[in-house]
Design a protein around this ligand. Structure first.
Ligand code: PRP
Ligand code: GLN
Ligand code: MG
Length: 505
């Protein structure tokens, strides 16, 4: 997953974009970037590998001048993790465009060849996002006028939707024009729009992956950008929006609600926090039904994402809720770290047991999801080392059995602990005394309750159904060979940096 943000304003945006990226940091920890347009109509760019706080030093911030800008935090799902594939990306024609993307294109390979052979455009990185930028540029290039009209820009997005497949929430800037943001026709990845009225009544606009970024910056939430819709805000602050897809559907990614998004965000009219509480209600009821005989002394969350679910389970079961694990606040999210070795070693650095909560007790540990089993296996071991008698585990999401192709880096089924395994086998592998998963229908109901207009979520990691309907075994095999942990480890050793636009070093 990645986080994106864009602001069109009348005051310098560098600090606001920086602040927005810090509240979207949970969506991507590998790289960060900001691009602004200065008063001379030139892009100013700083992007590098690392956390937001590491990438931007005071000298970079000073140079990121201008009243319009976009930003990105990256969790790679395509290409390499080299700094040259950090975002935003830049292309110099037409007019000069930069773009930041959250999601993953499933036909990037084909688009890249088409761009080269028919569009005579070379993409110098292995990033799908740079391919997306070039498709956008190519479509804008069909209009020869200056300036491009809003109609031209929307027509370009319309044509882009017809060629590009997969998931994409995008924010982009065109020199001499303004900011363009759009969302794929299935609305797989989130995107929200907000505004801030200045004392002189001028209106600044912001788009971001999650509403929490609007809250933090004092922007008022207007609405979610609709699936397939494009938003264009001119340099002068004129907003226009248009539906650019022929047959848009709202199929948001269910895993956003389980794990990715911050609880204080609202995505597609659903509070992530409330959805998690309802996941706890459903799972608590299932535990009460199916584990009547188990003697649970205490409910303990596996920090951090599962805490809201665990608290509700404790309430349903009428058992004490205790913070049995202490989280090291300086270690980030482990699931989105690159490479299994790094993920494994991070769990123990991140979490430590409060022995008093485990000694001689039967503990029910709660996690939001079990994906590779990296966390649960080690946590159960730690609970036993801390003196637990029995260790039970509950997961607020069902078994993750299928790869993700829409922006979560889970390309390889063999790395998924639940792939080809039943609950009792998984239970044995992670050495729990009992294991229970949420049912998919309950998870969907928990999330959907607040917005019943959503008739289908992207649940592909749970049921193998890909909402774009174009993902076949051939593509999954290709993805697996390209991006499995071993292949990525080799790629990381041979990475080179190749930064295309002047980047403030
Ligand atoms: O089975 P696994 O492959 O270990 O993946 C699942 C775990 O990873 C995530 O935690 P993470 O540490 O990334 O973030 P959190 O602090 O937000 O819970 C998630 O919340 C689960 O705990
Ligand atoms: N997780 C994401 O949204 C990734 C965006 C893009 N595919 C990249 O790898 O940079
Ligand atoms: Mg976790």
């Amino acid at each position: 997953m990645c986080g994106i943000v864009g602001i069109t304003g009348f005051l310098p945006v560098n600090q606001s974009i920086y602040d927005a990226l810090t509240v979207l940091q949970h969506r991507g920890q590998d790289a960060a970037g900001i691009c602004t347009i200065d008063s001379m109509n030139c892009f100013r760019l700083r992007k590098a590998n690392g956390l937001v706080s590491d990438v931007f030093e005071a000298r970079h911030m000073q140079r990121l001048q201008g009243n319009m800008g976009i930003g990105h935090v990256r969790y790679p799902t395509a290409g390499s993790s080299s700094a040259s594939e950090a975002q935003p990306f830049y292309v110099n024609s037409p007019y000069g465009i930069t773009l930041a993307h959250n999601g993953n294109l499933t036909n990037a390979h084909e688009l890249r060849s088409r761009l080269f052979e028919h569009g005579r455009r070379h993409v110098n990185t292995t990033s799908d996002s740079e391919v997306l930028l070039n498709i956008f540029a190519q479509e804008l290039d069909r209009f020869q006028d200056y300036p491009l009209s809003a109609d031209n820009i929307f027509a370009a997005v319309e044509s882009l939707h017809k060629q590009v497949r997969g998931a994409y929430a995008v924010v982009s800037m065109i020199i001499g024009h303004g900011m363009v943001a759009f969302r794929d026709p299935n609305g797989i990845r989130p995107l929200v729009l907000g505004k801030r009225v200045l004392p002189d009544q001028r209106v600044e606009y912001m788009v971001a992956s999650e509403s929490v970024a609007l809250d933090t910056l004092g922007f008022e939430f207007i609405r979610d950008v609709a699936p397939g819709e494009a938003v264009y805000i001119t340099e002068k602050g004129q907003l226009s929006t248009r539906q650019c897809a022929e047959n848009p559907k709202c199929n948001p990614c269910l895993f956003e609600y389980v794990y990715f998004a911050r609880p204080d965000s609202f995505l597609d009219k659903i509070s992530v926090y409330s959805a998690r509480v309802r996941m706890g209600t459903k799972l608590g009821e299932k535990i009460a039904r199916e584990w009547e005989d188990l003697d649970i002394d205490v409910v303990i969350p596996i920090p951090e994402t599962s805490t809201d679910v665990a608290l509700e389970i404790a309430r349903i079961l009428d058992k004490p809720y205790r913070q049995g694990f202490v989280k090291n606040r300086y270690v980030g999210r482990t699931f989105i770290m690159p490479g299994q070795q790094m993920r494994r070693s991070a769990v123990r650095r991140k979490l430590n047991a409060n022995r008093a909560e485990f000694r001689d007790k039967n503990v029910l540990l709660v996690d939001d999801s079990i994906v590779r089993g990296t966390t649960s296996e080690q946590i159960i071991e730690m609970a036993r080392e801390a003196g637990a008698k029995k260790v039970y585990l509950a997961s607020a999401a069902p078994e993750v059995r299928f790869p993700n192709v829409y922006g979560i880096d889970m390309p390889s089924v063999t790395e998924l602990i639940a792939h080809g395994r039943e609950v009792n086998e998984i239970c044995q592998l992670i050495k729990a005394d009992a294991l229970i998963f949420q049912d998919l229908k309950d998870l969907v109901a928990a999330v959907r309750e607040e917005n019943p207009e959503i008739t289908q979520f992207d649940c592909s990691v749970f049921d193998g159904i890909y909402v774009t309907k174009d993902v076949d075994q051939g593509y999954l095999d290709y993805l697996q060979s390209l991006r499995n942990d071993d292949a990525m480890a080799i790629a990381r050793q041979t990475e080179t940096e190749n930064l295309e636009l002047h980047n403030e070093g």
